[in-house]
Design a protein around this ligand. Structure first.
Ligand SMILES: *Cc1c(COP(=O)(O)O)cnc(C)c1O
Length: 391
């Protein structure tokens, strides 16, 4: 098959790919070049929130394509303006800056925090992040990522980051000082292994930020846009973040990133401080408007219900050791089989899953229903060769 040989021959091998060439999708299914159907519990790594061939999303992006595909941020266009207004109205944030990816939205957050800090005091430029975090692949967001494996080969890395052990209050107090201008956290660490933060730990971070004029930055690149059953996961923790970063699920498959800026920081960046040629492109934002419009309270409540149902069914499997996560962002550890092995076997059975560290990671499109949940769980049952303990 050409897709595989040409990919292996001509694309730099920075990914370990699953041995399947996908051609199209419909709803929560994707199809390979031989027409084999797969239930998709990856959603393009938490990206395809509305699944495949979502009618309104396709219509909105196609319509925009036929009108004006791109014009740069030197001019005004409606789709981006509308999306920024919706994001602000739904969150209470004041301004939005559009970019093209998660890493770039975190770069914006870092620049805003540094400029905010510099204006207070010349050495207030340190940003704290957490062990096991993941914030992106650019040199600076790698530097911000609290995992040693990412701090190799590409040095010198960007200075000014320090790492607090996740959920460790004592370490938080040890690492915090008056040079800290921001604390950046994921509320459920995604790539780090679907690890939710402790409420007391998160509350202490918010208190420290409030008391020391330091910015609370929530990386919602994976957890945002309904993934955990709220528009943004910080709503579960009742936080008032200064900066929220978004990407993955916002575009439903077209590249977009957004940094949402709260009252304290809405005027920090001025003309010339940042820019992006494609950021907030009309086609991408036309689609993202449909994503936001689809995430009604009813839709979000359905995500919560489906997430609970899925967790319940997973917990009932004899071979399952533990289940973590929030909403439709779920991690599973098995007793006698590795997540990697489960992914390979499930692919043969026609279901696609992800891993995160040693866990099986489930990030289905947000449109899944009970039938999809049953299909995924039955596939796991078959692989684990066990009957569910309770029905
Ligand atoms: C995926 C991810 C990123 C990086 O996003 P890209 O679009 O790949 O740059 C950053 N932070 C978190 C929490 C992510 O899950």
């Amino acid at each position: 098959m050409n897709s595989m040989t040409w990919t292996d021959d001509y694309i730099t091998p920075t990914y370990s790919r699953v041995n399947v060439a996908l051609e199209k999708g419909y709803g929560y299914y994707v199809y390979d070049e031989d027409g084999k159907q797969y239930l998709d519990f990856t959603a393009g790594i938490g990206v395809n929130s509305l699944g495949y061939q979502h009618k309104e999303w396709v219509a909105a992006t196609q319509n925009q394509l036929s009108q004006l595909q791109h014009i740069s941020n030197l001019y005004y266009t409606k789709p981006g303006a509308e999306l920024a207004k919706k994001l602000c109205e739904k969150t209470g944030m004041k301004h939005v800056l559009f970019v093209n990816s998660g890493a770039e939205s975190n770069e914006v957050a870092i620049k805003v925090a540094r400029k905010y800090g510099h204006k207070k005091k010349s050495n207030k430029h340190k940003i704290l992040t957490l062990s096991n975090s993941f914030h992106g692949r650019t040199v600076t967001t790698l530097s911000a990522t609290g995992q040693d494996v990412f701090h190799q080969y590409f040095d010198p890395f960007t200075e000014g980051f320090d790492f607090v052990e996740t959920n460790n209050l004592e370490d938080l107090h040890d690492k915090f000082d008056e040079t800290v201008c921001g604390i950046m956290i994921e509320l459920v660490q995604g790539e780090g292994g679907v690890i939710p933060l402790d409420r007391t730990f998160v509350e202490e971070i918010e208190t420290l930020c409030e008391q020391n004029d330091c910015l609370l930055i929530i990386d919602e690149v994976q957890t945002g846009i309904g993934r955990t059953g709220k528009l943004f996961s910080y709503e579960h923790f009742e936080l008032n973040p200064d900066i929220v970063t978004s990407a993955k699920g916002l575009g439903n498959g077209l590249p977009i990133g957004a940094a949402l800026l709260g009252e304290k920081v809405q005027h920090v960046l001025e003309a010339g401080d940042h820019g992006s040629t494609f950021g907030g492109n009309p086609v991408v934002t036309a689609g993202a408007n449909v994503v936001l419009d689809t995430l009604t309270d009813t839709f979000l409540n359905q995500i919560v219900a489906n997430g609970e149902l899925l967790k319940e069914k997973l917990c009932a499997l004899e071979e399952v050791q533990s289940v973590s996560g929030l909403g439709l962002m779920i991690g599973v550890i098995f007793k006698n089989i590795s997540a990697k092995e489960v992914v390979a076997k499930a692919k043969e059975e026609g279901v696609l899953f992800l891993t995160a560290k040693e866990k099986l990671r489930l990030l289905p499109p947000l449109i899944i229903d009970e039938q999809a949940i049953d299909e995924a769980v039955n596939c796991l049952k078959k692989i684990l060769k066990v009957e569910a303990g309770v029905s």
